[in-house]
Write a protein that binds this ligand. Structure first.
Ligand SMILES: C[S@@+](CC[C@H](N)C(=O)[O-])C[C@H]1O[C@@H](n2cnc3c(N)ncnc32)[C@H](O)[C@@H]1O
Length: 192
């Protein structure tokens, strides 16, 4: 993908056990849809490990960090902050402006879990609703990143991958990059 100012995703809040899968998926979605980095709350140990493991196997660059400083990350961000919330302005009315700003400035995308405090709404440059209906941080993040990159993230390549999926009309085709593109075929429908 064309180089651009950094895009980082901040997962605001995490309940170990209950949120492990959702927080992991925030990280995997950030990586797959073009963000450069995800920041998790410090207690999201398991999710951070899983996203790092996937990045090791399927490539990067993509950084995974944990922080105790969620509010300071927002306050000290050296660019613009977009907070995704069902209560925000409609994505389709602000996406042009955000894309234009991103030509020059890094973007921090904040997604919540449990209740997000009012301070985050105040600190954000944009509170953005991906529709104004309740759904999920993973869905909101995916649609937002696709609009931010205007679809270019779908073409991005990954460096230092151990494994690569070869797109197939039917079935699963994964090559082991280190072993000189050795194909490991698997029948369709036999799990992940
Ligand atoms: C379980 S939801 C909580 C819904 C929440 N009351 C809100 O402000 O959107 C967790 C997170 O999903 C994201 N989310 C849910 N619906 C959204 C929407 N329509 N647009 C953007 N983000 C959404 C927000 O980041 C929210 O913090």
């Amino acid at each position: 993908m064309q180089s651009h100012p950094e895009v980082a995703v901040l997962r605001y809040g995490h309940r170990p056990g209950r949120d492990d899968r959702m927080t992991t998926h925030v990280g995997l979605t950030a990586r797959a849809l073009g963000a450069d980095r995800v920041l998790f709350p410090d207690n999201a140990t398991q999710a951070a490990e899983t996203v790092r493991d996937i990045t090791g196997r399927f490539g990067g660059p993509f950084d995974v960090e944990r922080t105790t400083e969620l509010n300071a990350t927002i306050e000290d961000w050296p660019g613009v902050v977009v907070h995704l919330t069902m209560y925000g302005e409609q994505l389709q009315s602000v996406d042009d402006e955000i894309r234009t700003t991103h030509r020059e400035e890094p973007v921090l995308v904040v997604v919540g879990g449990e209740k997000v405090p009012g301070d985050v709404y105040e600190a954000a440059d944009w509170n953005v609703g991906v529709t104004n209906q309740p759904h999920s941080e993973v869905a909101g993040l995916a649609v937002f990143l696709d609009r931010l990159f205007d679809g270019r993230e779908l073409e991005q390549g990954y460096e230092n991958a151990e494994r690569r999926v070869i797109p197939e009309e039917l079935g699963k085709h994964v090559v082991d990059v280190e072993d000189g593109d050795h194909a490991e075929g698997a029948a369709a429908g036999d799990g992940d």
